[in-house]
Design a protein around this ligand. Structure first.
Ligand SMILES: [Zn+2]
Length: 453
């Protein structure tokens, strides 16, 4: 029998290395695809034409549902997918970094903050890079200036980026097309952006053969926001995303990588239909707690950063917090379109931090009722108004089945024909790490042993 101390020491030492006993798998490849805003209930719809995804599932493993993280928002869940830890630990709570200015000003979101300033847990690409495996990303998020990503084609690619230069030199993209991806009046629609991100993913796969490729498509999310899930445009967008995955897999075939590649297709969050907006900042202005003209607040005692199905409430001055929180709770509890008001201190119960642990965490968390989307804007004097040109959103509690996402794993190392009832997005990173001969020092998920050969 192993001595108790020796056993504890053994457990400690076993938890330390970030590569498994067999060592990093240098002749193995992983492609992690995220189709933004693809709900599990649409994966279950047999009328959707998704031949590439159906084939991956039939020749591999899939889940009927994947639990996502709170808040059920894009950057938060992409970060969970690659770190295997809750947002309380990885730190991302917005599509960007929330910055709280002093002096009664509303917080702002700094979208392109460097990864090191916003992600506080090691990611799969960090582990891979440390083990001298190569990494690549196309439109992955919360990865700005990450030096553990070998080849990057960013959400906002620049003409000077090495991968962009390669693509232009190879005739795979033009300067004009890169120009159409920049913010401003010349930026084209998301369907065009997806086409570019797909071309970049294919280019990097063919020319660099990275051990890990992260690839994210966004058109499905944009279309579900504008037209709603279960709409004609929404279904068409999902079918186009399937086609892009087919193009990527064909590229893996062309360069002889397919047999050595594991493909995982997941999403960041599901989607719900919406018909009304809630503007809690209008109510704050009416209560004398916020001041501003037109669509924005210039100074305030409290502010709501809406994220669709949820919103974080911030008291801007710490000395006013104790007096204001009961008043704010009462105000929001009575508000049409608000289903729940949760104290920020209860964050850990939902996988989120407490306000003292992360400046982005709200003092209160608002959850929208079905059919409502919370937003920060002040459009007129109405707290609730009809949503125009807007038909769907996400952000609601992850316990709502409509927020469940998809999970498909196929290829090298994956059993054929496994269908699980449910996985968690927390399980994706530890499972991929194991396939790559790596291991996370700490994870809130688990290796999905039942899908591994
Ligand atoms: Zn998203």
């Amino acid at each position: 029998m192993m001595h108790r101390f020796a056993s504890a020491l053994f457990a400690l030492v076993a938890s330390l290395p970030t590569a498994s006993a067999a060592g990093p798998a240098k002749d193995h490849h992983v492609i992690l695809v995220s189709i933004d805003g693809f709900p599990a209930y649409l994966w279950a719809d047999p009328t959707l034409q998704l031949p590439n995804l159906r084939k991956l599932a039939a020749t591999g493993a899939s889940a009927k549902a994947m639990t996502v993280s709170n808040p059920s928002i894009t950057w938060i869940n992409h970060t969970t997918l690659v770190t295997g830890v809750e947002p309380r630990t990885h730190g991302v709570l917005f599509n960007g970094l929330l910055v709280r200015p002093a002096g009664g000003k509303p917080p702002v979101i700094e979208q392109w903050a460097p990864k090191d300033k916003m992600v506080f847990a090691p990611a799969l690409y960090d582990l891979a890079h440390r083990a001298e495996l190569t990494t690549a990303e196309s439109d992955w998020v919360a990865v700005t200036d990450a030096d553990s990503i070998t080849w990057s084609f960013a959400e906002l690619p620049k003409l000077g980026d090495p991968v962009v230069k390669e693509m232009i030199a190879a005739g795979v993209a033009t300067e004009e097309e890169i120009g159409w991806m920049q913010m401003g009046p010349n930026r084209k629609g998301v369907a065009f952006l997806d086409a570019m991100w797909t071309r970049a993913a294919i280019h990097m796969l063919e020319t660099h053969k990275p051990n890990l490729l992260l690839y994210h498509t966004l058109n499905t999310d944009a279309t579900h926001h504008n037209y709603g899930p279960r709409s004609g445009p929404g279904s068409t967008a999902l079918e186009l995303a399937d086609r892009y995955i087919g193009d990527l897999l064909a590229a893996a075939d062309r360069v002889g990588l397919r047999e050595k590649t594991t493909v995982v297709v997941a999403t960041d969050h599901g989607f719900k239909k919406v018909s009304k907006f809630v503007q809690p900042n209008v109510a704050l202005r009416q209560a004398g707690l916020a001041r501003g003209l037109g669509p924005s607040i210039s100074s305030c005692d409290a502010y709501v950063m809406g994220q669709g199905g949820m919103g974080f409430v911030y008291v801007t001055s710490p000395e006013k917090r104790a007096a204001l929180l009961p008043q704010l709770k009462e105000l929001f509890s009575k508000m049409e379109g608000i289903a729940q008001v949760i104290d920020g201190e209860e964050g850990p119960r939902l996988g989120m931090p407490k306000p003292g642990e992360n400046p982005g965490m709200g003092d209160l968390v608002l959850y929208a009722a079905d059919g409502y989307a919370i937003r920060k804007e002040l459009n007129g004097d109405q707290v609730v108004l009809p949503a125009e040109n807007y038909a769907g959103t996400h952000g609601y509690l992850n316990s709502d089945p409509e927020l469940d996402g998809i999970f498909i794993a196929s290829g090298a190392g994956i059993k054929k024909g496994v269908v699980l009832d449910r996985v968690r997005n927390l399980d994706v990173a530890p499972t991929l790490a194991k396939l790559m001969g790596l291991a996370f020092p700490k994870t809130d998920g688990r290796v999905l042993e039942e899908i591994l050969e």
